[in-house]
Ligand binder design. Structure first.
Ligand code: PGA
Length: 249
């Protein structure tokens, strides 16, 4: 059985004091939570949040990482630096990285392999644009992003890979994919993993849904066979909205 895994992507929000307060409040309210949890604050907040979540059931994540270990890469943050802060998980290929900052599949793949090589868990985000969905290409886009993102990833490392299906048109828009539509893509992605790594790996891989997940829709989404958790943006910024998602029933 796959464990549910609920992650909060705080994006470019909060100061250190605000981040510490949110992390403290989440740690208190989720300590009896039954699922796996993660928060991914901005780089500048990581050390502050690390001190709060240490020893709790909340994992520490980062929202991105460089594709190189170190060197002349102005403005980038390395997996070595993230490891030094206690980060265990990196979110890679988020749609905002793909579309606003023009990261392509080859770059994302280099990041995925580097992070795995350094022992991180990777949340690899995939998802189609509205025009791609309307053109009937949602599955093909998610397949290509999954295959290219995982190129060269050994089966032995796949246990540290989580896929997040995030339809771009549902992110931050208040529009959520219906549980049925999301589940269909999740099943398709699971099939892609099956083709690449075999049926056992496909059965084990955690596939989160992301895109306007809120307390009102979390349980219906998570009830679907192939939806194993959520990657939450806006609703992750407040205890009142994240905790009900994290403790959905
Ligand atoms: P949202 O963001 O929940 O605000 O739609 C999700 C994400 O981008 O990970």
């Amino acid at each position: 059985m796959r464990d549910y895994y609920i992650a909060g992507n705080w994006k470019m929000h909060k100061t250190r004091a605000e981040a510490a307060e949110l992390a403290r409040s989440l740690a208190g309210q989720l300590k009896d939570g039954k699922h796996r949890y993660l928060v991914a604050p901005s780089f500048t907040l990581i050390e502050t949040v690390a001190a709060v979540v240490k020893g709790t059931n909340i994992r520490l994540g980062a929202q991105n990482a460089a594709s190189e270990e170190q060197g002349a890469h102005t403005g980038e943050v390395s997996v070595l630096q993230l490891k030094d802060l206690g980060v265990e998980t990196v979110i890679l290929g988020h749609s905002e990285r793909r579309h606003t900052y023009k990261e392509d599949d080859a770059l994302i793949n280099r990041k995925v392999r580097l992070a795995l090589r350094h022992g991180f868990e990777v949340i690899l985000c995939v998802g189609e644009l509205l025009e791609e969905r309307e053109a009937g290409r949602a599955e093909a886009v998610c397949e290509a992003q999954t295959v290219k993102g995982l190129e060269g990833v050994a089966a032995a490392d796949l246990g540290r890979v989580v896929i997040a299906y995030e339809p771009v048109w549902a992110i931050g828009t208040g529009k959520t994919a219906t549980p049925e539509d999301a589940d269909a893509i999740h099943a398709y992605i699971r099939g892609v993993i099956g083709k690449l790594y075999g049926p056992d790996a496909a059965g084990r891989i955690i596939i989160q849904y992301g895109g306007s997940v809120k307390p009102e829709n979390a349980a219906q989404l998570m009830a679907k066979e192939n939806i194993d958790g959520a990657l939450v943006g806006g609703a992750a910024l407040k205890t009142e909205t994240f905790v009900p998602i994290a403790k959905f029933s």
